[in-house]
Design a protein around this ligand. Structure first.
Ligand code: KG4
Ligand code: ZN
Length: 331
């Protein structure tokens, strides 16, 4: 079975074809970051219009690169939400119309389910059950994943998402939007320990997070010190150290509380190198395993939606299984 995945929830048009036996046949992504960056954030109206322009040409491109004809598609999966209404509507309309014309099933996929399952696109893949740390621009959650559709929320942020905190702090430091990667780059030049920021809710006794106070603490540091490049790098380092420490400790607590041995990291902040290093180091020491999606599948993409759609279809039809091979990448 071949599933076409369509992701248009925010500022990325992602299209992919996932084959239930052969794995990912191809995928393509168009990022709107350059378009939105001059406004310092995503402009919903511009996002919708760009999705309208890009979606069909990208579908054609992926079909061509993957050597698949439209009638070969067995089902269509699109991102149902959460996201920007107009942007979501584009993917939903195109996906539903195509499925109707082809007479095939259409699946509406929760965006976070796509992120949760994205590590299954890489090899080696985790096996159910596992704990997932979902860290994106809109969400920060720890989930227990027992199987397709069997998700239990263990903890979540009570205010800002981790990615949102990265973006807001990056803005305070004069970096562009989205700021996660630029802040991480700046932090590599920072001196660890020059500034010490709090580790919010580290000892709260639950698996919840809070990141909005860190942004305020950074604003205070910036106002108290001269705007020298090294000072900004040191502040970026202090911020990244604080966020990643909390994410790592809470993830370890989630493993301890559930008794599980596998942690999956998903969402844009999962691309953060320091987070990856710390988690790998700490989990290896405990004999547990951490799984990260390929970098291109950490942020929003169509492959995770096509995969989630394929797994849902298989789940409806019988036992779900994940294709053994991870193949061609179309760009
Ligand atoms: O999952 P995603 O693409 O979109 C949402 O569903 O939100 O995540 C985007 C978020 C942004 O906040 C971005 O700044 C952050 O992921 N991000 C990073 C890094 N790369 C992307 N944050 C920290 N370090 C990174 N290397
Ligand atoms: Zn996302």
């Amino acid at each position: 079975m071949i599933v076409l995945g369509i992701e248009t929830s925010c500022d990325e048009t992602g299209i992919a074809l996932y084959h239930t036996e052969q794995g990912l046949l191809g995928h393509a992504l168009h990022s709107q970051i350059a378009m939105h960056s001059e406004y310092g954030g995503v402009v919903p109206e511009l996002a919708s219009r760009d999705h309208i322009r890009r979606t069909l040409p990208l579908i054609k491109q992926v079909l061509k690169h993957s050597n698949v004809r439209l009638p070969d598609i067995d089902a269509i999966a699109y991102t149902q939400g959460p996201g920007l209404a107009g942007a979501l509507l584009t993917g939903a309309s195109i996906g539903t119309a195509l499925a109707f014309a082809l007479g095939i099933p259409v699946l509406n996929i929760h965006h976070l389910e796509g992120h949760l399952l994205s590590p299954l696109l890489s090899k080696p893949a985790p096996r159910f059950p596992f704990v997932a740390l979902l860290v994106s621009g809109g969400h920060t959650q720890l989930m227990q994943v027992d199987g397709i559709g069997q998700y239990r929320l263990l903890g979540e942020t009570v205010d800002d998402a981790a990615g949102e905190a990265f973006d807001k702090t990056a803005k305070l430091l004069g970096l562009g939007y989205p700021g996660g990667q630029s802040l991480a780059n700046l932090a590599t030049r920072g001196q660890a320990g020059r500034f010490k920021l709090p580790r919010p809710m580290l000892h709260s006794g639950d698996l919840n997070f809070s990141f909005s106070g860190l942004k305020t603490a950074v604003a205070l540091l910036i106002s108290k010190h001269e705007a020298a490049p090294q000072t900004h790098a040191d502040i970026a380092r202090a911020f990244e150290d604080a966020v990643t420490d909390v994410l790592v400790e809470k993830s370890l607590s989630a493993l301890e509380m559930t008794g599980l041995q596998q942690l999956v990291v998903a969402g844009g902040v999962g691309a953060n190198a320091q987070l990856r290093q710390k988690l790998s180091h700490r989990l290896t020491a405990l004999g547990a395993t951490v799984f990260f999606p390929e970098l291109e599948f950490c942020t929003d993409n169509g492959a995770m939606i096509a995969l989630a759609g394929a797994l849902r279809l298989q789940h409806i039809n019988g036992a779900p299984r994940i294709a053994d091979s991870f193949t061609v990448k179309a760009r």
